[in-house]
Design a protein around this ligand. Sequence first.
Ligand code: HGY
Ligand code: MN
Ligand code: MN
Length: 416
Amino acid sequence: MAAPGENLRINGERLWDSLMEMAKIGPGVAGGNNRQTLTDEDAEGRALFQKWCEAAGMTMGVDTMGNMFFRREGADPDALPVYVGSHLDTQPTGGKFDGVLGVLGALEVVRSLNDLDIKTKHPIVVTNWSNEEGTRFAPAMLASGVFAGIHEQDWAYSREDAKGKTFGAELERIGWKGDEDVGARKMHAFFELHIEQGPILEAEGKDIGVVTHGQGLSWTQVTITGKEAHTGSTPMPMRRNAGLGMARVLELVDEIAWSHKPDAVGAAGHIDIYPNSRNVIPGKAVFTVDFRSPDLSVIEDMEARMKAGAKKICDEMELEVAFEKTGGFDPVEFDETCVSAIRNAAERLGYSHRNIISGAGHDACWINRVAPTAMVMCPCVDGLSHNEAEEISREWASAGADVLFHAVVETAEIVE
Ligand code: HGY
Ligand code: MN
Ligand code: MN
């Protein structure tokens, strides 16, 4: 397939302006974003994205999970489209670029194709996946997971946030429940641009990460039950302290992850303690253990050791413990042809690059189950993400979008 000429580039200034414009919606308290899925802020961001895509001549489709698809016609209307996108929802203390760079980078690809009046054989579809973060409604990558047939839609609709609101009800409430059958769309390929969310590319002075694999993820929700009692008048031997039990389990989680260094990681980001009162011994602790590794057998080992160890800790402390698997996916190997399109694009454009395994989960990890898929990454400052101080340079944003542009156009086949 003819590749675009090395001088074909996106409009970096327009991309940066769109990122800064979107960042005004659902602002955080420290310069980042709090645009959680299915909130009014998410709805506002979706509307702005729809306006921009329709102004670029694309037609919108929305499926029953609220996934948004904007189609640019190809010379062959029957050819399967090349899909490109990511997610607009953010963490509660999220950055301006996690997910958003991939969605607005995809829009920039189409805007640049329009500027250059380039026609492609395959249609191109710009995509925003609902609820990639899984922070308000677990698990992460929920809607792309339903699209790929991993989760049932009814189960996804039943997922509840901390206030007991369900995904299905909130999707209706914000008016973004579409009528397309989720997963009915077939793809020629899917590409996702994303910030690395880790330190490797910046540390090595590389512009581009060619993502060959994604590490696997396991989320286990642990509930430890003890007995609420007075922190002052209850003798130490009589206490059944669920908070202390959680602390010992979290120490164990850290130890287990370190035992598989350097690739495995483990922590708990979600922690609820009850009744969370200064002078009451915690009667219940609910927390989610997040284990990740590129090696499935390591993930399984970490999960099993954590459960056995937590059971032993709780037995010794006369506490009850229960486990619920609330998310997970096996390590992912992306499509070699799509990965090569990204590597060749970086080479052609003169960007330094290296192969990389994605530390974070992405919608591409699920879409890889139903279509040839690959990702391109750009560095982020200090490797920081899921933090309002998340930062990238304009140059990194442009480099990532240039490579995305070339990989998408090559795969969609330019029509002379
Ligand atoms: O959890 C993840 O890896 C992604 O950021 N949702
Ligand atoms: Mn993301
Ligand atoms: Mn994220």
